[in-house]
Design a protein around this ligand. Structure first.
Ligand SMILES: *[C@@H]1O[C@H](CO)[C@@H](O)[C@H](O)[C@H]1NC(C)=O
Ligand SMILES: *[C@@H]1O[C@H](CO)[C@@H](O)[C@H](O)[C@H]1NC(C)=O
Length: 463
């Protein structure tokens, strides 16, 4: 191909054209300027009396049902230090060293809202054997120092009690501003550079974790030689990944409720796409990892249940006597109306049936459970199971995110329902970015559309 240099005359001509164009552009802008100011006039906030008398916003109708205030789900911590965890889950000192690991792997748990749910996740990992000082709660609330100073009440969706987390011995890292899901994932990656972490685990916050204390055909039982807690099995999975697979990218536990990440893999694909902030961003990321041959496999560490409710008293996870193992929805459905299809009463009835079935299964399996420890563990398991069915069968999956709705007048206040709606809108825009980026609407970028790593933003849509 021949590329000719422009002659001097052509350059002069081009410059002339440009200056004429810019003249017209300026003229047009000046002509439009009064119009622009008019726009701002129309939209400036009212401060004169006259304007206030003319304009009246129309308010949305008030909800006819507001869920009751949430309760503290670990009252013991207000009075004393946390109790000791079940002794069979206590890891030996520096256990990671016995797995040829250069550093103890951190467990990152992101928090944006719903304190009781977070506290349950943290306590369940601790009682399943994860050392508290290797757990990092990532406070991603956007409320700056408000929680550090204890300024947000329990009913505020962003409430997080630093005192409580410190008494449990876990670390807190604050994001500088409210991050989306994809941004938070990249923030995790950034922490690996700050802290020199060659790997990390991260968990969703709406989970309840239990070790395989009955063995579960994965490990010997809790009271048998060689028993491995959730933490010990997680370390084992990490050791295996490092020793057996030079291209290990992610290990998933219980779907993706808990995941083990190789930062080198994330770095190789350029991290998460923050333009796809919430749902389907995982399809984008995991496809790109696969396109570059990073492996993503399932592994087993424990029973990690997806929940939207919390145990009434988290002391149950420490197997304390005289603590009942039961749960409450922090955001219960509106009381039954004549015309509502699935009333609260129906939902409770469904749950009771599920609990009853759980009890039956328990009794069938073990005519008489002699072992008190195993009995308490089974009760926790069947309760977690009921909580799972409650979340997925009866109640909307993400209702837990709108349980708290207070905090009016507190620093950085943001309307709870407004936040949920805004995230929905942002999620939708991210889905559109995904469609345009890959020319494909579904998750199966490789198998369904034959796309490769270098195809992003270069292909026409395939529907
Ligand atoms: C945090 O928890 C502690 C101990 O349970 C309690 O004394 C304190 O009032 C709580 N802080 C807030 C802001 O609720
Ligand atoms: C991934 O593996 C395939 C098949 O072995 C190979 O053809 C391809 O070059 C690899 N791609 C990368 C980025 O390593």
């Amino acid at each position: 191909m021949l590329v000719t240099m422009p002659s001097q005359r052509q350059v002069v001509g081009l410059l002339a054209c440009l200056s004429i164009a810019s003249f017209f552009l300026t003229a047009v802008m000046h002509r439009d300027a009064p119009g622009l100011f008019k726009f701002y006039d129309d939209h400036k906030p009212p401060h004169g009396e006259a304007e206030n008398m003319e304009k009246h916003p129309t308010y949305k109708p008030k909800p006819d049902y507001v869920p009751p205030p949430i309760k503290d789900n670990f009252p013991l911590l207000a009075r004393s230090k946390p109790p000791p965890i079940p002794e069979w889950n206590v890891p030996r000192k520096d256990l990671y060293k016995y797995h040829d690991l250069p550093t103890a792997p951190p467990l990152l748990i992101g928090f944006s809202r719903s304190w009781p749910i977070l506290l349950q996740a943290v306590v369940s990992y601790i009682t399943a054997g994860w050392p508290a000082d290797q757990i990092y709660v990532i406070e991603n609330t956007g409320v700056q120092q408000a929680n550090t100073r204890g300024q947000l009440s329990l009913q505020n969706p962003f409430h997080l009690n630093h005192t409580t987390l410190k008494s449990l011995g876990v670390n807190i890292i604050q994001t500088p501003t409210l991050l989306s899901f994809a941004q938070l994932q990249n923030f995790f990656l950034s922490l690996t550079y700050t802290h020199n972490w060659p790997y990390y685990f991260w968990s969703h916050m709406d989970v309840l974790a239990l070790s395989y204390e009955d063995g579960h055909e994965v490990t010997p039982k809790y009271n048998e030689e060689g028993y491995k807690s959730l933490y010990a099995l997680a370390l084992q999975a990490l050791q295996r990944a490092r020793e057996e697979d030079p291209r290990w990218g992610i290990r998933f536990f219980a779907y993706d409720h808990l995941a083990l990440v190789n930062p080198a893999a994330y770095e190789d694909v350029g991290g998460w796409d923050t333009m796809i902030p919430y749902y389907i961003t995982d399809c984008d990321m995991h496809s790109r990892l696969a396109m570059r041959n990073w492996t993503m496999k399932d592994a087993k560490a424990g029973i990690i249940t997806d929940v939207s409710t919390t145990l009434d008293d988290l002391a149950a996870l420490y197997r304390l006597e005289n603590v009942e193992t039961k749960f409450t929805d922090p955001n219960p459905p509106a009381p039954a109306k004549e015309d509502s299809k699935k009333s609260a009463r129906d939902i409770l009835a469904d749950v009771r049936v599920a609990v009853y079935r759980g009890d039956l299964a328990e009794r069938d399996g073990n005519e008489k459970e002699e072992d008190q420890n195993l009995e308490r563990w089974r009760k926790l398991l069947s309760t977690a199971d009921t909580m799972f069915h409650y979340k997925h069968g009866n109640r909307g999956r993400n209702t837990w995110q709108t349980g708290q709705h207070g905090g009016q007048g507190e620093p950085f206040y943001y309307d709870a329902a407004g936040l949920a709606e805004a995230i929905e809108v942002t999620t939708e825009s991210g889905k559109e970015v995904y469609r345009r980026k890959w020319g494909h609407r579904d998750c199966d970028l490789r198998t369904g559309a034959g796309l490769g790593f270098d195809d992003q933003w270069l292909v026409e849509k395939d529907w």
